[in-house]
Design a binder for this molecule. Sequence first.
Ligand SMILES: Nc1ncnc2c1ncn2[C@@H]1O[C@H](COP(=O)(O)OP(=O)(O)OP(=O)(O)O)[C@@H](O)[C@H]1O
Ligand SMILES: [Mg+2]
Length: 350
Amino acid sequence: MHKTISLFNHKGGVSKTTTTFNLGWMLAEMGHNVVMIDADPQCNLTGLVLDFDSAEDLDEFYKKHPHQNIYDALTPAFEAQPRTIESVDCVRVKSRSRLFLLPGHVNLSEYEVTLGIAQELSGSIQALRNLPGAFHFLISLIAVATKADFVLIDMSPSLGAINENLLMTSDCFLVPTAPDYFSLMAINSLSRILPKWIEWAKKAATLETLKSAAYPFPEPRLKFLGTVIQKYRPRKGQATEGFQSWINAVNEMVSNTLFPTLRKSGVTFDDKMYESAGVRADASYCLAQIPDFNTLIATSQTHKTPVFALKDQMFGHTGTVLQQDRQKRDEFRAIFAAMAEHVASLAKNA
Ligand SMILES: Nc1ncnc2c1ncn2[C@@H]1O[C@H](COP(=O)(O)OP(=O)(O)OP(=O)(O)O)[C@@H](O)[C@H]1O
Ligand SMILES: [Mg+2]
């Protein structure tokens, strides 16, 4: 049975998309079948995988493959069509077997308002009863079709209805974050918002009208995997003092505020499960601390390949520069491999 993992933080630019791609790649390399869902209307993940850099490229893709994206796949529910939601042929990621993508769509945000009304669970719920379970229904079909072990959902930076829905119908979630003031504030605000979302999902799951819908709203099972802190500047293998103090502040906010709130809401694993997956409570459930990719980022972007999977010839260097590139790549490989191990081992309990 597949596990669905959301990468969620309403703060923008904290490496949600980058982590989805890198984690997905690493899990696939480890032998798991992985589907990445681009649920962000910005379509950055789709652009990254398909090597698009303009809206025209995306338009061209939609014309050539009219149903091969999240927006079109959901139209039977959102436009109340008589046909049912069907699975979608996912894109196979070049150079990485076992890794698939459900492309995103710039129009996905059109569904935000109607889904928001449906999720108020008020008088109009009868007419909109097929919407709250629609994303989960589609994702389950795709997971079965690709024999997925893991589904990774790359989310937009927002607190909108689509994110609430995707998160609350996932098996687990991880919170990518960055070592800065705004990320700290974002973790604090998540501690206030998530309990409300969790209560909403519990209530939605009890409603007969949603249970008996064409796309039933599932029983909530969400569990917190941990955080990823990314893009700090290292010096001699350690974060510089300035970055370290933000890393500490983010970790404290997770340990003292976010985690206790999540535990109270019933969305944490048992302590023993974290421990046996190597996710430490005394390290604030941080799955990985990832430095700035620095000089490797350009090569990684050119080759649409994670920094840890770059091949020697991709660097275009020789001698000591190549040695340094290799060393950095291998350091990143160790970090991402450990993170993927933690995630795979913890998520199986969800
Ligand atoms: N470890 C890293 N080192 C250097 N650059 C990075 C690192 N992680 C991410 N980036 C860069 O930071 C930018 C933001 O990352 P990304 O797009 O993954 O964030 P995001 O959270 O998905 O953003 P959004 O909220 O807009 O969806 C990108 O240009 C990405 O290439
Ligand atoms: Mg993104």
